[in-house]
Design a protein around this ligand. Structure first.
Ligand code: PRX
Length: 640
């Protein structure tokens, strides 16, 4: 495999890009390789500190702390330090809605809004260390809410607006959020996504939520509970215009973000203030080759880590101008994304492979009338970018002049770990290239030996690494640190390294799926299905999908007396949407009478995957009942 991979033809960055790139030689890699801690210390020096740290890094495996003794504020670094400079009047966000409404928000506008909002939160009783939940569409107010929390030292937990009421409730409860910031709604695919209506049952009867702040975006009517619910704009108008920044300790929590794991319960990934911000700021600057007049567009929603690091904290800490689009990629037409690139003269475009494959399916003719000449750099994140889609993206979107940074990282890593610096390294379509300066990553086998094929391992701590799983230290240790006896971080991805040291990510090795670059736990979907009154047992697997990378297939065993039907399949899909959200809707439901298990009772998902995609069955020798597969196979053929 690795010999094959090294034969993939490398693509050099265009001369034009290389000549004007910020990083044009390998000195940074060499320096960081020899002086890793000093490298990170240098990165930290680019931020504003109230008090300097006394220790750069402390490592008591698996717990690290960075910049101990230092004091800073993340909001100050994203806003205040730009005020009074040229950046003050620069556009922070060009915002565009699905229906074509647009707004321009300068750094000064954002600063003023965040100050008032921080005062509103304070008036609601939010104090340093309290948690605020944010359940919003992709609007600048969502970023303002995150920054307002950071300003007063509150911890934010953003819940993606596509999550269901129950998913929101469980996250609010786990994080013990005191205030919820939401919106009346947002239009997606021409339909109203009524966030406040979804949030109402989520917080019904919860004692932790004391106040709810509601943005009136769509001006639809929402029910407001007297004394608990307040309209955002009314409260902001009344608020004082300046709110001082709280001086935070480096290791104070900046946010908690939930991600799926191998159990039914999502994990609250905890990120620190200083380490996270250092990682976010430096990787944005290096990977996106930031220039002062760039217009940058990362299409991620702030409900995901990509939106936290590469829409909120990283770009704002670098004083960048961004595009923010709250809508679907084909509304009103399939050239919508390219219309926006043309309109705002976007220079850097960062998106997920699932979107690239969709554009590729629609074909380049759908946007050939659009002028994309402003683009100079392209990015990809969230799942493997297959070589075919890579070549298409490079040729038809980037006109063979824009390097592609394929960035490998995770909610847990906080910032990009493995990718290329775009003016410096050759790309290989399908490879995420090499660890960034300051990151020590390798491919290891099960025993912790370096190997050409195995798992990604991060060999030493880095500033933006997760600090834990909220309220569950055991899970933190077990999930990420048990693989190699607590020595190295285990991200859960398998990978290959070729002769040139390039990384090729194969995918997750745990029971999580990657659907449209969103991680979903098989157990989460199984737990949702089992709540249907007709279901006795279920087993969920990922199947390859041309557009979304993976799609969800569910094998369902019905209770005695229940018969498979199309109606039942639809209602099973609906219960998953209700429990988790639209992103987890199974593509296929197979009714079966049993699922294959090992003698120790573990579901053999690999075999179910073979069945779901009609592949020849793999090894069945560990199966409890070897004849079972034949009977399942015949049953699923008859599933509706
Ligand atoms: O499997 C890897 C995949 O996405 C996982 C992380 O998911 P999440 O925490 O939701 O964060 C997504 C956005 C950073 C990883 O464990 N992944 C992420 N980026 C890539 C990738 N797989 C291949 N290539 C990538 N560039």
């Amino acid at each position: 495999m690795s010999a094959f991979l090294s034969q993939v033809e490398a693509v050099a960055p265009s001369e034009g890009f290389r000549e004007s790139a910020n990083v044009r030689n390998h000195q940074l890699y060499e320096y960081a390789g020899k002086n890793r801690i000093a490298f990170w210390e240098g990165c930290a020096q680019t931020l504003h500190w109230y008090k300097k740290w006394h220790t750069v890094m402390d490592w008591n495996p698996p717990f690290s702390s960075w910049f101990d003794g230092g004091r800073l504020n993340a909001c100050y670094n994203c806003l205040d330090r730009h005020i009074g400079t040229k950046i003050e009047n620069k556009v922070a966000f060009f915002w565009e809605s699905e229906e074509g409404a647009s707004r321009e928000i300068t750094y000064k506008d954002l600063y003023q809004e965040v100050n008032r909002l921080a005062n509103v939160l304070k008036s609601f009783g939010v104090k340093k260390g309290d948690c605020v939940a944010i359940y919003m569409p992709l609007v600048p107010e969502a970023v303002a809410s995150m920054l307002a929390c950071a300003r007063i030292g509150a911890v934010h937990t953003v819940v993606f607006g596509g999550f269901s009421s129950e998913a929101l409730r469980s996250r609010i409860l786990d994080a013990n959020a005191k205030v919820l910031i939401t919106a009346d709604g947002s239009v997606r695919k021409g339909k109203l996504l009524a966030l406040k209506d979804t949030a109402d049952p989520a917080i019904e009867g919860l004692t932790c939520i004391e106040k709810v702040l509601v943005i009136q975006k769509e001006k639809n009517s929402v029910s407001m509970k007297e004394g608990r619910d307040f309209f955002y704009h009314n409260e902001l108008e009344k608020a004082e215009e300046y709110c001082p920044c709280e001086e935070m300790e480096s290791e104070d929590t900046l946010f908690i973000l939930y991600t799926s794991g191998t159990t039914g319960k999502p994990k609250g990934i905890v990120h620190s203030t200083a380490g996270y911000l250092v990682g976010a700021a430096i990787t944005t600057k290096l990977v996106f080759d930031v220039k002062p007049n760039d217009v940058y567009w990362c299409s991620a929603d702030v409900g995901w880590i990509t939106g936290h690091t590469y829409v909120a904290y990283g770009p704002l800490a670098n004083g960048m101008t961004q595009v923010m689009y709250d809508g679907s990629v084909d509304k009103p037409k399939k050239d919508r994304v390219f219309e926006i690139i043309e309109k705002y003269k976007v220079n850097i475009f960062y998106t997920a492979p699932t979107a690239i494959r969709l554009f590729m399916k629609w074909g380049e003719d759908t946007f050939k009338h659009r002028d994309l000449s402003s683009l100079r750099l392209l990015g990809s994140v969230g799942e493997p970018l297959n070589p075919e889609a890579w070549h298409w993206y490079y040729k038809h979107v980037g006109s063979e002049k824009c390097p592609i940074v394929d960035t490998w990282w995770q909610t847990e890593t906080g910032s990009i770990m493995i990718t290329s610096l775009p003016g410096l390294m050759d790309m290989k379509p399908g490879s995420v290239v090499k660890p960034l300066p300051g990151i020590e990553a390798k491919v290891l086998d099960d025993y912790g030996n370096e190997s050409k094929s195995g798992y990604i391992a991060i060999m030493s701590p880095w500033p933006s690494m997760l600090r834990g799983v909220h309220g569950d230290t055991r899970r933190f240790v077990q999930t990420y640190w048990n693989k190699w006896g607590g020595r190295y971080y285990f991200p859960g991805d398998s990978a290959t390294m070729d002769e040139d040291g390039y990384f090729w990510v194969a995918g997750r090795v745990d029971d999580t799926l990657n659907v449209s670059a969103h991680r979903i736990g098989t157990m989460e979907v199984e737990s949702a299905l089992i709540e249907h009154e007709a279901v006795a047992e279920s087993a969920v697997v990922g199947i390859p999908d041309e557009i979304t990378g993976q799609a969800i297939a569910a094998f369902v065993i019905l209770k005695e007396g229940r018969e498979p039907s199309q109606e039942l399949a639809d209602s099973l899909k609906a219960i998953v949407v209700k429990k988790i959200g639209g992103i987890a809707r199974p593509k296929k439901i197979f009714f079966t009478q049993d699922v294959p298990k090992t003698r120790s009772g573990k579901i053999m998902r690999r075999l179910l995957q073979d069945l779901a995609v009609g592949r020849k069955l793999g090894d069945t020798t560990t199966l409890e009942n070897e004849n079972l597969m034949k009977s399942i196979e015949s049953k699923i053929e008859n599933s509706p």
